[in-house]
Write a protein that binds this ligand. Sequence first.
Ligand code: NAD
Ligand code: UFG
Length: 355
Amino acid sequence: MARLLITGGAGFIGSHTCLVLLEAGHNLLVLDDFSNSSPIAIDKVSELAGLDASSASERLQLHRGDIRNQDHLERLFTSAKEQGRPIEGVIHFAGLKAVGESVREPLRYWDVNVCGSWSLLKTMDAHGCRTLVFSSSATLYGLPDLVPIPESAPVQPINPYGHSKAAVERLLADVFASAPDAWRIANLRYFNPVGAHPSGRIGEDPLGIPNNLFPFVSQVAIGRRPRLQVFGSDWPTPDGTGVRDYIHVMDLAEGHRAALDYLFAEDSQKITVNLGSGIGASVLDVVKAFQAASCRSIPYELVARRAGDAAITVADPSLAAQRLGWRTRRSLADICLDGWAWQSANPNGYRKKEA
Ligand code: NAD
Ligand code: UFG
């Protein structure tokens, strides 16, 4: 089993992936600055994985730090080597992800997402650690011409967040081309990650008013928000509302394990795969499914379209099935049941009081 560095491991997708990797037997170093997460998430992961105090220090180490701080990265890689257990691979989640914020603060997005990835790659290269799984995004496809979207679709982002992800994929392509016999790289282009671990003990914990549909719907269901605004009811979709490919975060976490297994088993290479279900659900489908799961009513109003939205984004997930042997196993109903288990047990997320 490998020793892995997980950047951004305390975040939404990172915490669920840490659990899956611990259950698969890997030993993890988590590096996170907690700018959008809480260390409590890692405590919960440790409990869920059944680690006691002595095994936790061996299997799940938490380091507070910024991926842009090269001295810190250098110390992590060096001390792992000195302990005789070097870091063998990295899953790189750390980054900023809010589209609207990226339009207002492009410099910060390029700094954290692009410079942060550069600093990580530089340190990995210097230490001969050349296995990387990168959190890319379906946002790269912009407003797609073809749905379901294959990986061969043009990369045409329409906001700074998307441009920053495209820039990192570009950087990774260049780094790979410089030493194709050395690097093992997987770009995972996630569609819409949602839901929570079925225990309801870890989940998504957005700060402030959520921008995304799922956390907003769950906060309406729990009574933190009065109603959902549905952005557009005149899209060219069956019920007029936007259609997305929602993927259960546990399926996504398992996709990371599959990608890592694949990279470790194969010769050096770079792969780029969509992680999605291939199934579209509209905003109103989500509202209905969440009402059924929570037995709560979710008031909503139909309002104008949100700028920059696409009508439909759904993955063609066939490449991931073919190359990684991975496909989603959980339904929209599972997503809502597990998301509700988290929201109802933790009305204010990891915080005791509302943020
Ligand atoms: P998240 O914000 O919950 O997790 C990101 C983690 O990175 C957080 O714990 C945050 O504190 C940490 N972080 C941020 N900047 C850092 C820095 N400079 N140094 C160290 N740690 C830092 O987000 P998430 O939903 O778990 O997303 C994880 C990754 O997946 C991100 O790169 C995101 O862009 C990508 N992604 C997310 C989605 C989505 O809808 N959630 C979709 C596609 C891609
Ligand atoms: N929506 C509403 N009301 C809301 C929020 C969203 O009607 O309050 C609608 C949107 O218009 C869209 C759908 O719900 O039709 C999904 O919207 P999200 O904001 O949840 O997700 P997006 O598909 O817009 O984008 C998300 C992330 C991106 C990422 C993309 C693909 O925000 O960063 O998924 O992974 F790139």
